[in-house]
Design a protein around this ligand. Structure first.
Ligand code: C5P
Length: 400
């Protein structure tokens, strides 16, 4: 799949660098050539000898290596690759990239390159959550840098949370997506997925039964066509796909803010099952029984309609906006009305009455409604629905 492709792999200085030999091995197994660059700190975790042996290529380490400069300057080195991958991307490397610093070989290559760049951040959870790193993350995303991870989990430092470098298999999937020559290459597509959780108090919430399966399959299918996917997901039960930018949210209002921050996009697909209401009088302390038998009264407020908000944007509206409609009866009539009410381009409607077994199941039977009318698709797996919808999106964006 990666035959004929060259990856410039910049290895930063973090404990996650010990996962890079496995990444190099799997890249080469896919047919890619790997040109490794080791930062000074990276060389504290993996040795130049092991990296060059695995890569089958000399390791570049020094900005002022005269022989290399004479043979191939750092400018050429940065541009000869099909993709520049930074793994692990430390907080320090991200800060240098965001600020445009060029004081060592890695940062100079990153500033001089005109090839796409994919980074796999890895750092302590507090460092990842720090306002400075989050500023840098947003800046780098706006500069067109692709991200894979960080993942959430136990860290080498003993803490738990986001900051772990993605596994080599996930980085490989992201590399394949970035290098895919599919029809959606270079297109940014946003997908919302999963349920939302609306708090009642700090420990209780209102949720729904969405598993996130259809949104996840769709994000993977769009990725497979080469799209740069921003995947904004509520607390779903299926894990997000590899090779997409994952933004996790809990509430509808957080989902709207994340969607707005991820725009502009060429297309946006709203597959999330967003709660229509939130608890207006959510308590900031756990609600307790008071022994008198009196029951708490919940008041509700309407959540923003994310699909309608984006569909009706005056400026910067994605070229194609797709909504979903889960209905239990008169599916086509309700979905057609919904399309007009919300102002989206297409509605993908499905019958979720319990007898269909669609909600939470692996199959879906959808009707796609656009300006021209309704098109009923036969019942098929959610993955197949996703692939068919992704190709329809590619066709609508004029890429096939
Ligand atoms: O109005 P209804 O919930 O049936 O609309 C479903 C469509 O609208 C889905 O695409 C869903 O993702 C989107 N939606 C939204 N924000 C809401 C409610 C629904 O984006 N608050």
């Amino acid at each position: 799949m990666l035959a004929g492709k060259t990856i410039l792999l910049i290895i930063g200085g973090g404990i996650a660098a010990i996962k890079t030999p496995e990444l190099i091995r799997s890249l080469r197994a896919q047919g890619a050539a790997v040109v490794p660059v080791l930062t000074r700190a990276g060389a504290e975790f993996v040795t130049p000898l092991s990296i060059s042996a695995l890569a089958g290529h000399a390791v570049h380490q020094d900005l002022f290596d005269l022989t290399t400069e004479a043979e191939m300057g750092h400018i050429q080195l940065s541009r000869a690759a099909d993709l520049v991958v930074v793994a692990p991307a430390t907080a320090d490397l991200m800060a240098k990239m965001a600020a445009g610093l060029a004081n060592d070989l890695a940062s100079t290559l990153l500033l001089a390159t005109d090839t796409p760049v994919l980074i796999a951040p890895a750092m302590n959870v507090r460092m990842w959550q720090h306002a400075a790193t989050q500023r840098n993350r947003a800046q780098l995303a706006a500069d067109g840098i692709r991200f894979v991870g960080p993942a959430e989990g136990e860290m080498a430092c003993g803490e738990f949370g986001p900051g772990r470098m993605s596994e080599p298999s996930e980085i490989l999937a992201a590399i394949e997506a970035a290098l895919s020559d599919g029809p959606l290459k270079g297109r940014h597509v946003l997908v919302t997925s999963g349920p939302t959780h609306e708090p009642i108090d700090p420990v209780r919430y209102i949720a729904n039964r969405s598993s996130g399966a259809q949104g996840t399959a769709l994000a993977a299918a769009l990725r497979d066509l080469g799209a740069d996917v921003s995947f904004i997901t509520g607390p779903a039960t299926v894990p997000p796909p590899a090779g997409v930018r994952v933004i996790r949210v809990e509430t509808a209002r957080q989902m709207l803010a994340a969607v707005q921050a991820a725009l502009p996009a060429d297309a946006a697909v709203f597959a999330a099952a967003v709660a229509d209401w939130r608890v207006a009088n959510a308590a900031d302390k756990k609600m307790k029984k008071d022994g008198t038998g009196s029951l708490p009264a919940l008041e509700f407020a309407e959540n923003p309609d994310i699909l309608a908000t984006v569909s009706q944007m005056k400026a910067g509206r994605p070229g194609l906006v797709v909504g979903f409609a889960a209905e239990t009866h008169e599916v086509e009539a309700h979905a057609t009305a919904k399309r007009a009410r919300k102002g989206c381009d297409w509605i993908v409607a499905n019958d979720v009455s319990p007898a269909t077994g669609i909600m939470g199941g692996s199959e879906n039977a959808v009707t796609v409604i656009d300006a021209a009318g309704a098109e009923a698709w036969p019942r098929m797996g959610k993955d197949a629905v996703a692939r068919k919808l992704a190709s329809r999106i590619a066709a609508a964006l004029g890429t096939v």
